[in-house]
Ligand binder design. Structure first.
Ligand SMILES: NC(=O)c1ccc[n+]([C@@H]2O[C@H](COP(=O)([O-])OP(=O)(O)OC[C@H]3O[C@@H](n4cnc5c(N)ncnc54)[C@H](OP(=O)(O)O)[C@@H]3O)[C@@H](O)[C@H]2O)c1
Length: 248
């Protein structure tokens, strides 16, 4: 039986990825900042471990506690909506600490065991905002685009050691807590009022294709289990359209 470790399982995509792999006969290590077993079905194949991806000691403890794993999914992330002019660099550091450095730190901590066993898959969850330029999300986009570039290079670096490294790019998913959890700043000022209004209308648009957590779970499943999966897999109907438009 194979084992997968997933970051950010308290809600949204991480929770659904954990459910999907449990349903498909994997051992799942679901990690959360504040472990809460009640969010997932009880299973002898499920372990819940604490992990804050911005905390080096927390990462070291999870590597020790997890033991050998076959797949790592870096899903934990946080969003932000703000005109860049009025965005503090503290917020920039916060986003990069979680989305970018957090992903790198957890990846680096698990590479030795993958490399020594000449196997394993690492999947980094980024976003289709990296494929199409949108206003008010410059920092979030930058933090995820950095992960795209990091992942593409690492994939080549680890290939000869038998380790696969992949990306899953979800589209907009109103059903998760992502919008609620996202940082917001200076959205009520006058200077960018038109852009804010248009963007909020777009985000609130219930017409048109969106991404569901199940789409992300299926895309991660493919990225982990299909040896022929590409470097980038879009997750969600809107994500597939954007990726086709971008020719990525
Ligand atoms: N929803 C979308 O529209 C969308 C679109 C494209 C990409 N994404 C990406 O998909 C991933 C999952 O997002 P989601 O939609 O499922 O949002 P979500 O429901 O807000 O889930 C985010 C998860 O990340 C966790 N997290 C945040 N900071 C963390 C940290 N420092 N250490 C460990 N875990 C941390 C959260 O845990 P807590 O409960 O402790 O805060 C939560 O479990 C993120 O990387 C996000 O950027 C989302």
């Amino acid at each position: 039986m194979k084992t997968i470790l997933i970051t950010g399982c308290s809600s949204g995509f991480g929770l659904e990825i954990a459910r999907h792999f449990l349903d498909h006969g994997w051992r799942v290590i679901a990690t959360m900042r504040k472990p809460d077993a009640s969010v997932l079905p009880a299973s002898e194949h499920l372990r819940i471990l604490p992990l804050d991806v911005t905390d080096a000691e927390s990462i070291r403890r999870v590597v020790d506690a997890a033991g050998p794993i076959d797949a790592l999914v870096n899903n934990a992330g946080v969003g932000a909506a703000a005109p860049f002019e009025y965005t503090s660099l503290t917020l920039a550091r916060t986003l990069f600490e979680t989305n970018t450095i957090g992903t790198m730190a957890v990846t680096q901590a698990f590479i030795p065991q993958f490399r020594e066993r000449r196997g394993g898959v690492i999947v980094n969850v980024t976003s289709t905002v990296t494929l199409k330029s949108l206003p008010l999300v410059s920092l979030y986009t930058a933090s995820k685009a950095a992960v795209n570039a990091f992942t593409a290079s690492l994939a080549v670096e680890l290939q000869s050691h038998g380790v696969q490294v992949r990306l899953v790019l979800p589209g907009r998913s109103p059903e998760t807590r992502f919008g609620h959890n996202a940082h917001r700043a200076a959205l009520d000022g006058e200077v960018y009022a038109d852009i804010v209004k248009a963007t909020l209308a777009r985000i609130g648009d219930t017409e048109g294709p969106v991404t569901y957590a199940k789409d992300v779970a299926q895309a991660v499943w493919r990225a982990v289990t299909d040896p022929a999966a590409p470097l980038r897999t879009a997750a969600g109907a809107d994500a597939e359209l954007w990726m086709a438009e971008a020719g990525a």
